[in-house]
Write a new protein. Structure first.
Length: 341
């Protein structure tokens, strides 16, 4: 039994020695504190301590097999050397912590892309690398708890930086229906320097709400709002309320110069419309229409006064006529009596 156990230990040691490599080809002795150290000069302070430079302090988990290299997985954990431009601690798939000439990271297998998480002093980043070594930071979180998509250090709880496409910042924030091929964009338009909300359904016209940063104008169905609210289309509303600033009640003031009906008639004959009525500005037009209504009110008041005067005159004439008629009857009676006598 003892012979069998010794043979088992020797065979196990032989197998381990065939799988473990050290720089000098020798595994160093015990640490004295039951901790394991790789590359350490002193006794390791932790259960597993690894020391080395920027390029040789990595832990690599590499899978092998008969499948394609495209489906291979390589997990790398590294800590960057102090003072290097590409600093921090990282964990990723198929990623070296060696930087390229352009400042990116090398791929263990250039035929594949990779991804990694980078842990820095003030923020965490989630990064993607394509098989052509094009690197893109997808996500970052800073010490304020701000989440940045496509941006290093977000200044708000959610900040999104998209890539320009045909003048729009496509890829900012997209909400898509799960039951229909419809979606909405919330973003910033480079071409018109304005924020926008865009509703999209393939095969139909895109509907935009544009918010201009200068002046705060809002456009619906238009990309160039020239007023606080510009709508390219029909507005259906139960009610529109217009402030009474500059309203038309000045018509009722004593010093208002009310044109005569003859002057109004002359102006209409010459111009084809009422005076001071131009265009269809809603607020201004309502004010002008009210002005004309109030002028008509004054005309009606004046006409009522004239009618009252005419009624009085008519009553006076009627009284006089009745008196004349009575006198005429009396006179006729007197004449008849005179003739009889």
């Amino acid at each position: 039994m003892k012979i069998k156990l010794a043979l088992l230990i020797l065979s196990s040691t032989s197998y381990i020695n065939a799988q473990i490599y050290t720089p000098n080809g020798v595994i160093q002795g015990t640490s004295g504190n039951n901790n394991v150290g790789i590359g350490t000069t002193d006794a390791p302070a932790h259960r597993l301590s690894i020391q080395g430079g920027h390029g040789d302090s990595r832990i690599l988990l590499h899978s092998t097999g008969g499948g394609s290299n495209i489906n291979q997985a390589d997990l790398v954990l590294w800590a960057s050397e102090p003072g290097l431009t590409y600093s921090g601690v990282g964990i990723g798939n198929n990623i070296h912590n060696f930087t390229t000439v352009n400042g990116g990271l090398n791929l263990l297998n250039p035929a594949r892309g990779g991804s990694y998480i980078r842990l820095l002093d003030n923020y965490i980043t989630f990064n993607i690398i394509s098989s052509s070594s094009m690197q893109k930071q997808a996500l970052s979180i800073n010490t304020e708890g701000n989440l940045g998509i496509g941006i290093d250090n977000a200044t708000s709880k959610l900040e999104i930086l998209g890539s320009s496409q045909a003048g729009y910042e496509i890829g900012t924030l997209k909400l898509k229906s799960s039951s229909a091929n419809q979606f909405m964009y919330f973003g910033y338009d480079d071409q018109f320097s304005a924020g926008y909300i865009q509703s999209v359904k393939p095969g139909t016209d895109q509907q935009n709400i544009l918010i201009a940063p200068i002046g705060g104008n809002v456009g619906i169905g238009t990309k160039s709002p020239d007023s606080r609210l510009a709508v390219n289309g029909t507005i259906h509303s139960k009610e529109v309320k217009v402030d009474m600033n500059g309203w038309s009640d000045f018509v009722f003031k004593k010093d208002y110069n009310l044109p005569t009906l003859q002057e109004v008639e002359k102006y209409i004959n010459e111009k084809g419309h009422l005076e001071n009525i131009h265009g269809i500005n809603l607020g201004e037009m309502n004010a002008k229409l009210l002005q004309k209504i109030e002028e008509l009110t004054l005309y009606m008041i004046e006409m009522k006064k004239e009618n009252e005067q005419m009624k009085k005159q008519n009553n006076l004439i009627k009284t006089e006529n009745d008196l004349i008629k009575k006198n005429q009857i009396d006179l006729e009676k007197q004449i008849k009596n005179f003739v009889k006598d």
